[in-house]
Design a protein around this ligand. Structure first.
Ligand code: PAF
Length: 288
């Protein structure tokens, strides 16, 4: 695997890959790789001839009080993991290469970026949309893969790609890959490493409470009552607060007060100690 950190090196390496007529899958990441990221790479190999991964801790998607400086950086270890998965190329630009002096553009996908995590993290999805748009332009992959763990991020990226006509010819398809979970159900996340042993145990209460909520929805329980119980269960498990616990339309992320035949998603964000965890699960639509 070749690692490149300038746009010139990236373009040369991509020309070589494309020269061989290969279909390219892009897996954008911020590093601190875990099994969830490696699953994206494996899926990339199923849908394309070679996988290009990027590692860039994007300052534009961190708020002033967020963990940009503390965010784990472990390029050598991450590169070894990607190489082990057969990645062809790693794009690991410095901040100055991604955002040279004078960089002044912001991409904002209105509406879908505003609620849920967008409400607690103003500007976060602008930062994501801006960097992902740049990554798409830089790599021009045939497909790009993102984890469903960040479900709102995936929806924002799909909307951005649709609105800016990026899905053809540059990024033929944006593929959402199901969340990878630890054996006890906790969704894998680079932020799980911030949890103390006690918090790590308590954190499993979130996916457990979500499964219970989905079973209650399946049995026809009232949506508002189920969401209230879900919040209470998450707090009882040891979380300090719940930012949101919402049933939403899977595409628009508009909140739902009743289940319909359209695909729906249960989305939760909650704080435990200083760590904010998110999770989401598909909800069975109402049967006709
Ligand atoms: O999900 C992430 O790791 C990041 O938000 C992404 C998509 C790589 C953009 O920086």
């Amino acid at each position: 695997m070749q690692t490149v950190n300038t746009l010139d090196m990236l373009r040369t390496a991509l020309r070589q890959l494309r020269g061989d007529g290969k279909l390219i899958a892009l897996v954008p990441t911020m590093g601190a790789l875990h099994e969830g990221h490696l699953t994206l790479v494996r899926r990339g190999h199923e849908v394309a001839d070679c996988v290009v991964a990027s590692i860039f801790v994007n300052p534009k998607q961190f708020g002033p009080n967020e963990d940009l400086n503390a965010y784990p950086r472990q390029l050598a270890a991450d590169a070894a993991l990607l190489e082990g998965e057969g990645c062809a190329l790693l794009w690991a630009p410095a901040v100055e290469a991604m955002y040279p002096t004078g960089f002044a553009t912001n991409i904002s996908v209105a509406g879908i970026s505003d609620g849920l995590c967008g409400a607690a993290r103003p500007g976060h999805f602008d930062g994501v949309a801006t960097v992902v748009c740049k990554l798409f332009q830089q790599v021009q992959p045939d497909v790009a893969l993102f984890g469903e763990k960040d479900f709102q991020q995936l929806a924002v990226i799909r909307a951005m790609a649709r609105d800016l006509d990026l899905t053809h010819p540059h990024v033929g398809a944006i593929i959402g890959v199901p969340t990878v979970r630890e054996a006890d159900g906790l969704a894998m996340s680079s932020r799980n490493r911030y949890l103390s042993p006690d918090q790590r145990v308590a954190a499993t209460g979130m996916p457990r409470a979500m499964q219970t909520a989905i079973a209650r929805l399946d049995s026809g329980a009232d949506v508002a009552a189920v969401l209230a119980e879900l919040e209470a269960e998450i707090i009882a498990a040891g979380f300090a607060s719940v930012d949101y616990a919402v049933l939403a339309d899977s595409t628009s992320l508009a909140p739902l007060t009743i289940l319909t035949a359209a695909p729906a998603r249960l989305l939760v964000a909650a704080r435990i100690g200083g760590t904010r965890l998110i999770d989401n699960m598909a909800v069975n639509p109402l049967q006709a």
